[in-house]
Write a protein that binds this ligand. Structure first.
Ligand code: PLP
Length: 360
């Protein structure tokens, strides 16, 4: 059987969750499990994060997937709802909404009694300069005052545009705006830290932290490795060698004949391609690992296969050997950098084709 396999380590998920608790011991933790828990799968994530205070998702469907597992923890819809009648689903499944514009505020107020009876909090989003979602400072203060007067329990929510670049000047501007709103609306719970902010700014952890990428064992920073942050590898992505071919100097490999052998070589074909979510747009030379040793990918990535140069270890490699695409030897962040991408994207865009194996 074709072997393309994603191994998910629950022990690593638990380790990374504990790492968040270690960094932010006073805060409640909203584990971000949107986008199929960053590609690793909602079920193992929700099971591993049994001590989370809440989950964060982007869509109603993602929230319902958690409820379908029988999990009744708090869930925050980080973009809120997008149509008025979705409020019925929110109430039926006890979901907490972000509101970031006035129409959402109206939808919420129309269901005030039911929402409050269920004890749901409302997350009011501040646009402090990222200009994606949220009310600006002068808009949000009256909105929060109105909600509080109407009896809602509000959480002031904000998201950093540059938490991964700690000395970026925009960070302080965003913090200043957050503090201004916090003081104007006191007392109020606050949440503003994603993974990078959790790691960088202990003084901003506040009531709720919202880790995503660090839970999944990748680094939020371009210049700091996951292992240096004491994050454990969650995803081991692997495939097998399905052919080994000697080629002569001057011969070509793969589509477009883009790779020409400069000497006699041994090429192995590996059962993985962009149809599995392996990145095709190689920016600089990519590598895979065999028995802990890195070897280069040569020629173009096909839909179902890649070709690798095993000349340096041809006597140690045989058909059926396992090849690591990312995991213990080579991190997803390293592969992402070779592809002008980020670990987040590579994990999220894995296709349904590789087999998922959940390990304890
Ligand atoms: C609102 C919000 N909070 C938290 C996160 C988690 O961010 P990270 O994965 O960088 O920890 C995200 C991710 O995009 C987000 O959109």
């Amino acid at each position: 059987m074709r072997h393309a396999c994603i191994r998910i380590r629950k022990s690593a998920l638990k380790h990374n969750f504990n790492r968040v608790k270690q960094l932010a011991p006073q805060s409640k933790v909203v584990c971000m499990v949107k986008a199929n828990a960053y590609g690793i799968g909602v079920q193992p994530a929700v099971e591993a994060f049994a001590e989370a205070d809440a989950f964060g998702v982007a869509t109603l469907a993602e929230a319902l997937e958690i409820r379908a597992l029988g999990n009744q923890k708090a869930i925050t819809l980080i973009e809120g709802i997008v149509e008025a009648d979705e409020m019925n689903v929110v109430l039926e499944h006890k979901l907490e909404c972000v509101i970031h514009h006035h129409t959402q505020l109206d939808w919420l107020l129309a269901h005030k009694a039911d929402y409050q009876r269920l004890g749901l909090k409302v997350w009011v989003k501040l646009n402090s300069g990222m200009n994606r979602l949220g009310f600006k400072v002068d808009e949000i203060i009256p909105v929060i005052h109105q909600l509080k007067n109407e009896g809602f329990h509000c959480v002031l929510a904000m998201h950093f545009a540059n938490a991964d670049v700690p000395d970026h000047p925009m960070n302080q501007q965003q913090i200043d705006q957050l503090l201004q709103v916090k003081h104007a609306c006191a007392p109020i719970e606050v949440s503003c830290c994603n993974s990078a902010a959790i790691i960088n700014w202990a003084d901003l952890h506040s009531d709720y932290v919202r880790p995503g990428i660090m839970l999944y064992g990748a680094s939020p920073f371009a210049d700091r490795s996951a292992s240096s942050l004491d994050l454990a590898v969650v995803m081991q992505f692997e495939a097998k060698i399905i052919a080994i071919n000697p080629i002569k100097s001057g011969e070509y490999v793969g589509y477009g004949a883009s790779y020409r052998a400069e000497q006699n070589m041994t090429i192995a074909v590996v059962s993985i391609g962009y149809g599995d979510g392996y990145p095709r747009s190689l920016f600089s030379q990519n590598h895979v690992a065999i028995s802990g040793k890195k070897v280069p990918v040569v020629g173009r990535v096909s839909m179902d296969m890649i070709t690798i140069d095993i000349s340096a270890m041809k006597d140690q490699v045989k058909l059926g050997d396992v090849v690591e695409l990312w995991g213990d030897t080579q991190t997803v962040d390293e592969v992402a950098q070779c592809n002008q991408s980020i670990g987040y994207e590579l994990m999220c865009r894995l296709s349904k084709r590789p087999k998922i194996v959940i390990e304890d």
